[in-house]
Design a protein around this ligand. Structure first.
Ligand code: PHE
Length: 337
C-alpha cells in the first residue's frame, strides 16, 4: 500500500489531485483506515504488530503529502515572483503633461505683483446688471459711450459685462466706505466685435482700484511703473497720454516701451517705440459717491488692462486667436516658461 501510494504521489500535478489522494488513503473511508478498522478480527499478538506497521505507513504517506504541499507552495511563489518582477533600472516612460495656459500665467503673475503691493483679489459675475456695468460707473442710460452695438444684452437690465469695472463697484459696496480699499479684479469680459487677429468677442481684463485719503495721480503713475517693470523688465518706461473714460477724471492711456521692437520696420508700435497697454485715471467723484465714499474726503485711482494684450507683448504672439483655438503646438511652448 505504501509503495502504491508513494508511486501515485510522484505523479500528482496539482493540489486538487493531491487532495483526492489524501482522501483515498487517509480519509474516513480511505484504504488505510479500512485496514485499521479490520484489526478487530486479528489476534492479540498480531494486533500491535499490524497496528505499528499501519502507523508507520500512515506517517510515511502523510509526510510525503505534506512535502508535496510545500513543494506546490514554493512553486507557486516562484511563479509569482517571476511574473511580478519589476526592473527598477528601466528608464521611466515619459508622461504627457499639460502646461499653464499663457493667459492664466499672465493673470497669476499680475496677481502676484499686486498682492505683493497689498492688493486683494475680487471676482464678480460675468452676467451683470445694467446698474453695475454702466450706471454706477457714471454711464447713465442714453450715454453715447454706452454704444449698444458693443454689448451682448440678455434682457433690458441684464448683459454680459463689457469690462471688469462692475466688480470694483461691488467691492466699494462691500467695504461700506471703509479704507484703504485696494483690489484687482481679473476676469472674462464680452463685447460685440468681429473676431480677427486683434479682436475677440470675449477677452480677459484685470482692473485695479485704490481708494483712501490723499490718493494722487502720482500714486497711480508710480504703481503702474512698478507693475510694468516687474512684468516686462526693469528697463521699461511708461508714458501717460490724456484720454477719456466716464468713470475717471482726469483719465489717461498708458504706453510702454515697445519690447518686441524690431527698429525701423516694427509692426507692433508702428515705429513710435511705444505701445498702449492700459487705461486709467482718478476715480470720478460721482462714482465714489455712488459707491458710498464721500468725494470731499476720499480719492482714488483705477486702471484696466487687457490680459491678452499683455501676453501678446510679453511672449511676442501675433494673433489673439491663438489663445482660444487650443493648438497643442502653441500651448506646449509654455511648458517650460
Ligand atoms: N474699464 C475700462 C475699459 O474696459 C478700462 C479702465 C478701467 C479705464 C479703469 C480707466 C479706469 O476699457
Amino acid at each position: 500500500l505504501r509503495e502504491h501510494a508513494l508511486e501515485l504521489l510522484k505523479e500528482v500535478g496539482n493540489e486538487q489531485q493531491l487532495n483526492d489522494l489524501r482522501v483515498r488513503f487517509l480519509g474516513k473511508k480511505g484504504e488505510l483506515t479500512e485496514i485499521l478498522r479490520g484489526m478487530g478480527g486479528l489476534s492479540a499478538e498480531e494486533r500491535p504488530v499490524i497496528g505499528q506497521v499501519a502507523n508507520v505507513v500512515r506517517e510515511a504517506i502523510e509526510t510525503s503529502i505534506n512535502e508535496k504541499v510545500e513543494a506546490f507552495k514554493r512553486a507557486e511563489l516562484d511563479r509569482r515572483l517571476q511574473s511580478e518582477t519589476i526592473d527598477v533600472t528601466l528608464p521611466g516612460r515619459p508622461m504627457p503633461h499639460g502646461a499653464v495656459h499663457p493667459l492664466m500665467k499672465v493673470i497669476q503673475e499680475m496677481e502676484d505683483i499686486f498682492v505683493g503691493m497689498g492688493y486683494q483679489i475680487a471676482e464678480g459675475p460675468e452676467v451683470e446688471t445694467d446698474y453695475y456695468n454702466f450706471e454706477a460707473l457714471n454711464l447713465p442710460k442714453n450715454h453715447p459711450a454706452r454704444d449698444m452695438q458693443d454689448s451682448f444684452y440678455i434682457t433690458e437690465e441684464l448683459l454680459m459685462r463689457t469690462h471688469t469695472s462692475p466688480v470694483q463697484v461691488r467691492a466699494m459696496e462691500l467695504m461700506k466706505g471703509d479704507v484703504p480699499l485696494k483690489v484687482i479684479c481679473p476676469g472674462r469680459v464680452y463685447r460685440r466685435d468681429d473676431d480677427d487677429a486683434t479682436h475677440s468677442f470675449m477677452f480677459h481684463q484685470i482692473e485695479g482700484l485704490v481708494i483712501d485719503k490723499n490718493i494722487r495721480m502720482s500714486d497711480l503713475k508710480g504703481t503702474l511703473l512698478q507693475f510694468v517693470r516687474e512684468m516686462f523688465g526693469s528697463h521699461m518706461q511708461i508714458r501717460l497720454r490724456p484720454s477719456f473714460f466716464p468713470f475717471t477724471e482726469p483719465s489717461a492711456e498708458v504706453d510702454v516701451t515697445c519690447v518686441q521692437c524690431a527698429g525701423d520696420g516694427c509692426r507692433m508700435c508702428k515705429q513710435t517705440g511705444w505701445i498702449e497697454i492700459l487705461g486709467c485715471g482718478m476715480v470720478h467723484p460721482k462714482v465714489l459717491e455712488m459707491g458710498g465714499y464721500d468725494p470731499e474726503v476720499y480719492s482714488g485711482f483705477a486702471f484696466g488692462t487687457g490680459v491678452e494684450r499683455i501676453a501678446i507683448l510679453k511672449y511676442g504672439i501675433d494673433d489673439i486667436r491663438h489663445f482660444y483655438t487650443n493648438d497643442i503646438r502653441f500651448l506646449k511652448q509654455f511648458n517650460r516658461m
